[in-house]
Write a protein that binds this ligand. Structure first.
Ligand SMILES: Cc1cc2nc3c(=O)[nH]c(=O)nc-3n(C[C@H](O)[C@H](O)[C@H](O)COP(=O)(O)OP(=O)(O)OC[C@H]3O[C@@H](n4cnc5c(N)ncnc54)[C@H](O)[C@@H]3O)c2cc1C
Length: 437
């Protein structure tokens, strides 16, 4: 088993140090050691509770059981169904149905994971138990929090939960995804779509730009007199040159990106007038997609694991909270240094955390991890690009290993872009099959 699917078709920087092959071999070696040795160790029993059954939490719960079946694992999940965000931008553009994003937890019982289907409403870190919405208490020796993100409703004046019904964020997949799609479908040809992208950090750094690309694709093919304006609180973003080259080629006159330095930062929204406000002027929208500031899921704050940034600082080897002993935080809710908030990362972190928790419960020292992330983005249905990196623990955080990072080539032929679009779809099938299948 692997910590992550090795990145493909990426460029190495050519800097001296470990080669990509060395790094990936190291990662694979760590993974196989982590997943075989503890299964045989004695005394590694205990009770683990995992809150949040997304990419991070479900993976972690299942892998702890596979590493040491003597450990009792309870997975707490609030939603009746999981709706995956990766590829949800394609749903917004009408290229895919929401059903293809939906998954359940029927298979986790096969690994001996006990499922508690209710929101976790509190954590007593002193007495070590989690409270559910029905007041039931579940005791733990180790708690893993994997609640993903919450929208920071205080982060953008005028943007409230009610406002998101008119100006959807669609940054948690589900009803919001369909709402944005329907608004685009209902818009007259000639309408103006205005999107806003937040400052770092936020869930899925390339996500807003993939979304901009696929909305532009929708407009080009279905409403060619329309236009998309992307207001950005940043001057730089993930895979920027690849995206911008593709936009020039595919969407000239349709997609306009306004960076921070040109007045892109949205400072408030006026929902009644469908207007996004910046220091440089107002933008009236036919359809507004506001991607607001975010923070760790609320249970992380209730557990005392989130700091003043709203995110959870963790030890990069065990993912144990730097604020609360015996509580680990993985996935989007955690501050992971250089490692981006992605489903790929969440899945990789979950496996490392599972191995670390099993070691700690067995009284052993966790190994130093190496983790891979790869993020694919669709610029059009048959045009994919990617970014990849390998990370290790250094100076109390996860740092990118020098020379490990790479993006798709800038001047690739269309066959390469088509192949990367297929890889994006293939990656989604593989990861969701591993997590929920
Ligand atoms: C538009 C978009 C596109 C994206 N594309 C990609 C991509 O191409 N590749 C990629 O790798 N990543 C992508 N991502 C990012 C990816 O979706 C997230 O990084 C990933 O979902 C994080 O996993 P997680 O387990 O931390 O959180 P989630 O997957 O959100 O899971 C959190 C779970 O916790 C549950 N929960 C929360 N609080 C509680 C509670 N108190 N009690 C019980 N349950 C609780 C929730 O119901 C949820 O099921 C994209 C994101 C967006 C928005």
């Amino acid at each position: 088993m692997r910590i992550g699917t090795p990145p493909r078709k990426t460029e190495c920087s050519g800097k001296k140090g470990l080669s990509r092959r060395d790094l990936l071999t190291g990662v694979a070696a760590f993974a196989s050691a982590a997943l075989s040795a503890p299964a045989l160790s004695q005394g590694a029993a205990g009770r683990v509770v995992v809150v949040g059954g997304g990419f991070a939490g479900t993976t972690c719960a299942r892998f702890i059981r596979r590493i040491d079946p003597r450990i009792a694992v309870t997975l707490i999940e609030a939603s009746p169904i999981f709706v995956a965000c990766p590829l949800s931008n394609a749903v917004i553009a009408g290229l895919r149905e929401l059903q293809a994003q939906q998954f359940g937890w029927d298979k986790v019982a096969g690994d001996g994971v006990v499922l508690a289907r209710a929101p976790a409403t509190g954590v007593d870190a002193q007495s070590r138990f989690v409270t559910l919405s029905d007041n039931a208490r579940i005791a733990y020796d180790r708690l893993v929090l994997a609640p993903g993100i919450d929208i920071n409703w205080e982060g953008l004046p005028g943007y409230t939960e009610a406002a998101s019904e008119r100006m959807p964020h669609a940054w948690k997949a589900g009803d919001q995804t369909l709402l944005l799609r329907r608004q685009l479908e209902a818009m007259d040809d000639g309408g103006i779509v205005v999107m806003s992208a937040p400052a770092n950090p936020f869930r899925c750094p390339p996500g807003p730009y993939e979304r901009a690309s696929l909305i532009a694709y929708y407009l080009k093919t279905k409403k060619p007199k329309s236009k998309l304006i992307v207001l950005d609180a940043k001057d730089a973003f993930s895979k920027q040159r690849l995206f911008q080259n593709a936009w020039k080629e595919l969407y000239p006159g349709i997609l306009e990106w306004v960076p921070l330095s040109s007045g892109g930062k949205v400072t408030s929204v006026d929902v009644a007038n469908m207007t996004l406000v910046t220091d440089f002027g107002n933008h009236k929208a036919s359809v507004a997609n506001v991607i607001p500031p975010q923070k760790a899921g609320r249970i992380a704050t209730l557990a005392g694991a989130a700091d003043r940034t709203g995110w959870c600082p963790v030890d990069p080897v065990t993912f144990e909270s730097k604020q609360q002993p015996n509580i680990h935080v993985i996935g989007d809710a955690a501050i992971m240094g250089a490692m981006p908030k992605s489903a790929f990362s969440a899945n990789a972190q979950a496996k490392v955390c599972a191995a670390a928790v099993a070691k700690v419960l067995g009284g052993k020292t966790p190994e130093q991890p190496k983790l891979i992330n790869t993020c694919y983005s669709l610029v059009a249905p048959d045009y994919g690009i990617s970014i990849a990196g390998v990370y290790h623990a250094a100076d109390g955080q996860l740092k990118e290993i020098e020379g490990s990072a790479g993006v798709s080539p800038l001047d690739a032929p269309s066959a390469t872009r088509e192949m990367e679009a297929r890889l994006a779809n293939g990656w989604f099938k593989t990861i969701t099959a591993e997590v929920f299948g």
